[in-house]
Design a protein around this ligand. Sequence first.
Ligand code: SF4
Length: 421
Amino acid sequence: MHRTFEKLISECEHIAFDLQFSHAKAWKRASSERFLAGYLPIYIPREVIHAMGGLPVGIMGTGDRMQIIKGDAYYQSYICHLPRGVVELAMSGAFAEFDAFIFPSICDVIRNLSGMFQIFKPDVFVKYLDLPQNFLPSVGGAYYRREIETTVEGILSHRSTVPFENEVWVERLNHSIRLYNENRALIERIVTIRQEYPWRVSAVDWYNVLRSGLAMPVEEHNNILYELEAYLQDDRGRPLDNIRVVISGAFCEQPPVGLIKTIELAGCYIVDDDFMLGSRWIEGDIAEDTSDPLGAIVDAYLQHSTFSASLYEAAPASGTKVERLASLVKSRKADGVIFAAPSFCDPALLDRPELQLGLERAGVRTIGFQYSENTGQFKVIKEEVGAFSDSIKLWGSGADGSEPDSHMWLPTVIEDLTAIA
Ligand code: SF4
């Protein structure tokens, strides 16, 4: 018998925010051959860990659910909050049963954190996974393949296990790719349902479901997504006179749940976002029945990964980040974009001016603010977002091709004045 909708969401919330990772640890204890590989935002090829018999566990920070004391001692004040929480977790023993940690290249903070973990956890495999910024198969592709192979070799050697025979490995990796393809397809189907009927599942409930997938086996998460999809086939909830927005910039340190709720309460349906970007990094399927599944994972990264501030401009064929964000806004029929970035997040904040200017020129209304994962006061943000929502309801989004209203963003004003001078 299926769970009720409410039970499904509450179970997901519990797993998503369990800072002891009890669900993942219980999974591991069922067999001595299993292992846990923690990973930081944004993206790692989880298929490879799964094929090795492990569980990739996303470490997304502590949010507003843990008091940070020791973690603060490791960082200067002008650094984002995420690594403080991760250090606090490490110091409190939350990662006691983890066998490996993977730190994908995203910024200097994450890179330095990988160095700290090498000191904290000398008996555990720690890998700084340097994702390529070059999208040529012969350069970035060859390099990325070697990075993944090194990761596999490192985990094997730390666990003193031998690699699978090639035939078995190919079959296992293809199987894992199939499961993650299914996972991504389900996520995209639900996002598409939410685009049309965002009131059927709130942004917070959807966030809980999506985030829980980082701490459980993909097979289990797929079942949850099927259950949720079935619930969303029927109308539920009540449509409100909200505008539709895309959230951009929250791909690493996650906003507190209260902030997501505040955006909705202020009159916005979040029809797309980059909260759990790693789960959606590869757009579409990875080839799932090849004799070289590792090559298929590398090809997918090079050819159809999403855009992010952690990357330089993606492959030119896919368009610039501004073009891709504008295209996402259009395809989701959004009225505007909310740039929400963690304080002191270099990648998100460095990209924001270009993205905001580009969207403004494309006639897309935007607003921006910063947060910290433990922000507790949302009054000011609620007023700002509420005013943004009201202004679009009153004067339109400009999405119909009409000129956006007379709102001028400061860089545009400066640029225009410079041109006149
Ligand atoms: S929030 Fe930004 S600055 Fe902080 S670790 Fe993540 S990407 Fe780096």
